[in-house]
Every structure is written in C-alpha cells, then in structure tokens.
Design a protein around this ligand. Structure first.
Ligand SMILES: Cc1ncc(COP(=O)(O)O)c(C=O)c1O
Length: 368
C-alpha cells in the first residue's frame, strides 16, 4: 500500500538541515521553551500578521487553553461544527462548558453561518469555527454574528496553516487562533506541537502563564494551569519547515487542481469560495458510491481515508448532549459520502492522474 501522506520523502528532502538543527539543540542542552520556541513564535507572528503567538504542546491544548483564557466554563455554551475532529469538542468539555452544534454548509463542509443565530442563548459565550480540510470558514459572517451578540471567536485552524481570505491569514481573524503541528498536518513537526495566536496582549500573557502551570515566574503560581510547553526540537523543526510552507501549500493546491480537472465532471470535488485560499490539508471527494471507490482504490494499493465517518453529535461519548440522528442532516450526509484522496506536496502528478483514473473507472462500472 502506498502512503496516504509521504512524510518520509519530505523529511529526506530537508534531512541535512533537520539533523544539524537537532544536533545543535541537543548540544545546547536547552530543551523546553528556549530560543527556538521564541524565534518560531516571532516568525509565525510575522507570517500571520498577528501581535502575539504562544507555542504549546498540541492543537488540542491550544484550543483548551484558548477557551480557558477567555474564562469560559461551567454553565456556558460554545457553538461549533459537528464536522470536525473530536479534539474541538473535547476542549469545550475540558472547561465544563457545553458544546452546541450547528449544521454545516453543503459546499465547504464548514459551519453554516446562516444557522448560527437560532442556536444562540443567553448562555452562549463563543463560536469555534473549524477551517475544515484547509478551507477557510466564512469568517466575515461569523464575526458579524459574534459582534452582534457579544461573543468571542476562537478559530480552530489545526488544518489550515497558511490559508487565507483575501490577503488575511486564517488564525488572525478571530479573537484567538489555534494551530496543530501534528506530523500529518500541512505544517507538521516530528511529534506533538501547537500554537495560539492573538492580537490581544493581555490574553497572550494569560496563555503564556497557563501553558506553564499558571506560573508568571519560577515557583510562583497565580492560577492553576497546565503543563503544555512546546519543546525546542519541535520548534527547531518547524522553523525549518516554515521556510518551505508557502511552497508546500502551493504544491498542495497544484495537486488539488489536477484532481479537480480530472474528476469534477463526474463527482463532487472540493469547493473554494471566491477570494478564499484553500490549502488542501485534505482533498475530499463526495459520492454516494464512497465505499466502492475506497475499496477499488485499496485494491490498487492506494489508501483513501474517511474524514470523518461519524459527526460529533452522534459520537457515543457525546450521547449525554441528547442529539439524535436527523438533527444535523447535512453533516450526517457528508459523513456518509466523504472520502479523502492522497494529497501532499511531494505527490507525483502522475499518481494524481492514476488515482483519478481508478476513481473514474470505478464510477463508470457502477453506473453501467
Ligand atoms: C480540526 C482539528 N482540531 C484539533 C486538532 C487537535 O490537534 P492535536 O492533534 O495537535 O492535538 C486536530 C488534529 O488532530 C484537528 O484536525
């Protein structure tokens, strides 16, 4: 079976830089929250056009700390999408708040802003849009609603490093932006890592304290925080990959446009709204024949993955929230039909062609 994401080729292409960076860090014997974390935070601030960036231990922690820093807790409600990775919801539950799900847009698979207002109650404190698969959510409409009701917006940008709306980077548009550097993400390190960005200095100060046991200085604790520090090796690796991220995203877009050229006449391919810059963390097609296509690709040694087969409101762990099948029909139908094809910067164009041919042949057979 070919890899779904070929992390090894990417590593081999930058191996010398990575090895010398790791070596230097090992010899410095400064392993946590050091110079590389500080420099990475500065580089990410500049790239995203934000005032503050705080490196943390994972994307899940980034969301958890962001929600905690906004004093959201017991008795509060947070609106989000049911079509995401479980971590978005876990982060809301960690602080004792209640996740409230709003159905998604049929084309982008992101939260549908038209359906947000009807779910707002006096307990609603924040909205967490997720830029799913690397496609920006409709931040203009979401922010207008948030402003109207005095809500905070936390962007779950775990899958969308470098995505844009116009010339504004994702992560810089809400009150707080949260990134994951999990290895398979479009900007990934070689372990776990995450980043929180904001323009609000006092929020950033609070998050800096929260990520390190609520401590403003050694052995002084002003609040109860977490151990969620980014380590130097991950930060060093990310600083190297930051030099290539624009190119990586461009290459992802190129592979995506090839897939779309081959497939869009016969199957639903990803939608990129006008003026949006999708970074194709994942390239997902949608078809009622999804399982057949997946099987056929697998027979040819091509892995295809279902992100996500069960929407959040139907997850067993969240049964206590009281949702049932039919409550969020678009998310449910997308979960039944979605299928992600291999995409990564180094994927050869010929493979995009071959994979597309297998999909086309499978559809022809199914229709004939
Ligand atoms: C949408 C989304 N949110 C949050 C996370 C959590 O990030 P991490 O795995 O770095 O904790 C992920 C990735 O796994 C994700 O895809």
């Amino acid at each position: 079976m070919k890899p779904f994401i070929d992390l090894k080729t990417q590593y081999l292409n930058i191996k010398d830089e990575i090895m010398s960076c790791i070596n230097e860090i090992l010899e410095s014997s400064h392993y946590i929250l050091g110079e590389n974390v500080k420099k990475l935070e500065d580089e990410i601030k500049e790239y995203l056009g934000v005032n503050e960036a705080v490196g943390v231990a994972s994307g899940t922690d980034a969301l958890h700390l962001a929600i905690k820093a906004l004093n959201i807790g017991e008795g509060d409600e947070v609106i989000t999408t049911p079509f995401t990775f479980f971590a978005t919801v876990e982060a809301i539950l960690y602080v004792g708040a209640k996740p409230v799900f709003v159905d998604i847009d049929e084309k982008t698979y992101n939260i549908d802003p038209e359906k947000i207002e009807e779910k707002i109650t006096p307990h609603t404190k924040a909205i967490i849009p997720v830029h799913i698969f690397g496609c920006p959510a409709d931040m203009e409409k979401i922010k207008a609603i948030a402003n109207k009701y005095g809500l905070r917006v936390i962007e779950d940008a775990a899958q969308a490093f470098g995505a844009r709306i116009g010339n504004k980077r994702i992560g810089s548009l809400g009150d707080i932006g949260c990134f994951s550097f999990y290895p398979s993400k479009n900007l990934g390190c070689f372990g776990d890592g995450g980043m929180i960005v904001t323009n609000d200095f006092s929020l950033a100060e609070k998050i800096r304290m929260l990520r390190n046991h609520g401590s403003p200085g050694r052995y002084v604790h002003d609040t109860v925080g977490l151990n969620s520090r980014l380590d130097e090796i991950q930060a060093g690796i990310l600083r190297i990959k930051m030099k290539y991220i624009e190119n990586y995203n461009k290459l992802r877009r190129k592979k995506a446009s090839l897939y779309t050229k081959y497939l869009s006449e016969v199957i639903k391919t990803p939608y990129e709204p006008d003026g949006f810059y999708h970074v194709y963390h994942l390239y997902s097609i949608r078809s009622s024949m999804r399982d057949k296509i997946k099987e056929s690709l697998q027979k040819h040694g091509i892995p295809a993955v279902v992100y996500y087969p069960i929407p959040m409101h139907l997850q067993r762990a969240l049964q206590f929230l009281g949702y049932k099948e039919g409550d969020l029909p678009i998310a449910e139908s997308v979960s039944r039909e979605i299928l992600s094809l291999p995409i990564y910067p180094e994927l050869p164009d010929e493979e995009v062609f071959e994979i597309s041919q297998i999909v086309l042949r499978c559809l022809q057979k199914s229709y004939s």
